[in-house]
Design a protein around this ligand. Structure first.
Ligand code: EVA
Length: 603
């Protein structure tokens, strides 16, 4: 196995050292860092925090909008006692790509800005001495990057990004960087899958290690610390009597311990928390532990003031408290995989997560949210860049499943957001992505993608690949807004009737609906952008949701206001948040709280 993305945990055999903190930093607009010898050490004395996006710290617009190469540097001391260990550097996320150097030597390059990667440092380490880590990053967008977009060079020679998506292109070392001191031979990966029987749960597992012929022992402890099951061998089944199942908003997590031994001697130990649950689609229902469940919640972003897309543990905690307060039970990681701590919290709090790939912008438009309602077609999947894009897409899918497959909270994979779905080459592309997801995921979680307004029932054959249908709909906002609300309702109902007539026999959820409204903007009678208008819009949608049995979820767009590119369509960002960017409720939050608290978790 080439990659191990196990979450860094200190155990008897593993030491994790955080390298978070202040790092040296510089920009490289000419792309001359290598020529100038920066892998040996970067120039200047500028320091910035990790994890964080670099964009919003500064008062200089050139830095906020900066597009191109950027460099980070830090040092660590390598103890002599690590010599017979594997010393790895694990980067939680470097957006969108980059290269790691140790003491001037190139170690690894990585493409993709929202998943971890590991650099094996041993070959270049100075034992018992200071070691310099230099990381070159790059945040350009292209037709082959996930997410997709363009990079434009201005007459001044400065570059800027032109995203085909509606969130700010925050960049940098957005997640934690850790040093892992691991045994030379170690546990690389494990997978669990759950089966429910009468008063019993069967947890099938597989452990992969780099030690040939190693003995594996797996033990499972309950929340009180009692041993409830154990098994020997790299593949096996843990039998749990009277299991405490992981339920929506009532999580229960078992403690899993994996020991790798040789001749009875412990070589490596890994630990994790796992929830026991099953999740599947049956006809028009989602079944969690064989019981129907209705999704209430949000499309979100990792986005906060000053640190941008950088992991912000305080904000993560606040977001979960707000989601609990409002009566939500789920969210989608729109439009990219989030930091691992978010999934851990969702496991702990019993939230259902639709885990999305950064496959967004597969529709060539700088205002896709508008163009897609108007029926524009861009022939995106006919481009000559498609083979390389697909390779990157499959790679990131591999890593996503590798990283997130054991989370109880992850109930589904969203493989694209709002791609173009017409054109001759679309089916072949989509089929390969959908098939690969099924092949990689032992739990066979349902697969979906978020369908843009243009992707309508009957004329979107790729929708049939989905195990459930996810609709992003803006009737009453981008289309038929204002005094035409009744027309908007009729158009939504007409579309829903067409889905029903198509007889796909699958659940449908709304992964996006909502309108921008500015905090504090009131108007009677309502106008677009006022809270009165959004509440009327929500009531209209909710009536439709309640009318159709196949509608099995509503995830409003968006949890909180978030940053986008500047422009006439956005007021310093997207204001569709139910909460403000600093996480205070707008009035619509009280409307949703009333609805969702009353609503059972199934329909
Ligand atoms: C919007 N609409 O217009 C949202 C976007 C989102 O932010 C979409 O999926 O269709 C997109 O990214 O507010």
């Amino acid at each position: 196995m080439e990659r191990s993305l196990l979450y860094p945990r200190s155990t008897k055999t593993r030491t994790v050292i955080s390298l978070d903190g202040m790092w040296k930093f510089c920009l490289d607009p000419q792309g001359e860092g290598e020529k100038q010898g920066w892998p040996q050490g970067i120039p200047g004395h500028e320091m910035i925090p990790v994890p964080a996006s670099f964009n919003d710290f500064y008062t200089d617009k050139d830095i906020r909008e900066y597009t191109g190469d950027f460099w980070y540097e830090t040092t660590f001391d390598a103890s002599e006692s690590w010599r017979d260990h594997a010393v790895d550097l694990r980067i939680g996320a470097l957006t969108h790509r980059g290269t790691v150097y140790l003491n001037g030597q190139k170690i690894v390059s990585h493409e993709g800005g929202y998943l971890p990667f590991v650099a094996h440092l041993n070959a270049a380490i100075i034992w018992n001495g200071k070691n310099r880590i230099v990381i070159k990053g790059n945040n350009e967008l292209s037709y082959t990057s996930l997410p997709a977009g363009m990079t434009k060079t201005l007459s001044s020679g400065k570059k800027m990004t032109k995203p085909f998506f509606d969130f700010f292109n925050y960049a940098g070392l957005n997640r934690s960087v850790k040093l892992l001191i691991l045994p030379e031979q170690s546990i690389l990966d494990y997978t669990v899958n759950h089966r429910l029987a009468d008063k019993q749960a069967l947890v099938d597992y597989e452990v992969i290690s780099s030690l040939e012929g190693g003995e594996v022992e797996v033990r499972l402890y309950d929340e009180e610390g009692y041993l409830v099951a154990s098994s020997q061998g790299d593949k096996g089944t843990l039998q749990v009597e009277d299991p405490h199942l992981w339920e929506v908003r009532q999580a229960y997590l078992y403690h899993l311990v994996i020991d790798l031994k040789t001749q009875g001697q412990l070589i490596d130990e890994y630990e994790d928390e796992i929830g026991i649950r099953t999740f599947r689609v049956e006809n028009e229902r989602f079944l969690l532990n064989d019981h129907p469940v209705y999704l209430k919640g949000f499309g979100k972003h990792e986005d906060s003031d000053v640190v941008g897309r950088g992991t912000n543990m305080g904000m993560i905690k606040r977001d979960f408290e707000l989601m609990k307060w409002i009566g939500a039970n789920s969210f989608r990681t729109s439009h990219y995989p989030y930091s691992e701590e978010i999934y851990q919290m969702a496991d702990r709090e019993g939230f259902l997560v639709i885990d999305e790939l950064p496959a967004v912008g597969f529709f060539e438009s700088l205002m896709n949210f508008l163009d897609a309602s108007g029926g524009k077609s861009t022939q995106f999947f006919e481009r000559e860049t498609i083979p390389e894009l697909k390779k990157n897409h499959l790679d990131v899918l591999y890593d996503l499943v590798l990283r997130d497959k054991n989370h109880a909270c992850v109930i589904a994979w969203s493989l694209f957001n709002e791609p173009e779905t017409s054109g001759d080459s679309v089916m072949a592309y989509f089929k390969d992505i959908f098939d690969y997801a099924a092949k990689l995921d032992v739990q066979k979680r349902p697969r979906t993608f978020a369908l843009v307004m243009n992707s309508k029932p009957g004329i979107t054959p790729v929708a049939e690949l989905c195990d459930f249908i996810s609709l992003n709909r803006y009737y009453g906002w981008y289309l038929l807004g204002g005094f035409e609300m009744e027309e908007a309702r009729a158009a939504l109902v007409e579309e829903m009737d067409a889905w029903v007539d198509w007889k796909l026999n699958k659940p449908i959820i709304f992964t996006e609906y909502g309108c921008d409204h500015l905090q504090g903007e009131f108007k009677l009678p309502s106008v677009q952008w006022s809270v009165e208008y959004e509440i009327a819009f929500l009531k209209m949608y909710e009536k439709v949701f309640d009318h159709y049995a196949c509608v099995q979820g509503e995830q409003i767009w968006n949890f909180a206001d978030f940053q986008t590119v500047e422009g006439i369509m956005r007021v310093n960002g997207n204001k569709k948040g139910v909460f403000t960017r600093d996480r205070q409720p707008k009035l619509t939050a009280y409307h949703l709280k009333e609805r969702w608290e009353k609503m059972p978790d199934s329909k």
